[in-house]
Structures are given as structure tokens and as C-alpha cells.
Design a protein. Sequence first.
Length: 102
Amino acid sequence: MSLFEILALLILCLVIWLFWQTRIMAEKAKASINEYCETHGLQVLAIARTKLQPSRSANGHFCWKGTYQFEFSSDGESYYLGYAVVNGVKLLSVDTPAYRQN
């Protein structure tokens, strides 16, 4: 096995690991956003990651910090944009603007 093949294999492993970590984080964000909206009587319309950056977890380990933008509706006619920040698998915050309540 040549040095190029070893390097290519390491890069492939890194890409797979990054994909796996971001999928875990996305599932946590989706679950947290759905729970938040259900608690507040809101309907989730769409969720998308807008930012991804390296970070540290509470115990000092390397992880990814992602910001997710989500669209929600409170009355079925209008929609609003909210943001959720996830660090690793921990939800840090959910921020929503003022919205019309039924």
C-alpha cells in the first residue's frame, strides 16, 4: 500500500466520520425543534442547517457546533423563522421571533 493510498483512505475515513457526526447532530436538532414547537403549539414547516463550525463539548472534547434555521407557523396562515444551536448532541438554545398566537 502506497503513501497516497493510505492518505486517501484516511481522508475518506475523515469524510465518513464528519458525515456521521453531522447526521447525529441533525437528528438531535430536529427532535429538539419538534419538541419545542409541540410544547408551544407551533407547527414545524422546514428545518435546514445554516452554519457548521468546530467547537468543544462541555467536557472539552472536539465536536461540531451547528446552527439550524427552521420555519414554523402558529396559525396555519403565516410563517416565521426560528434558530436552534446544537453543540455536539446538546441543544444550546432555541430562538424564535414574536409570533401571532391563536
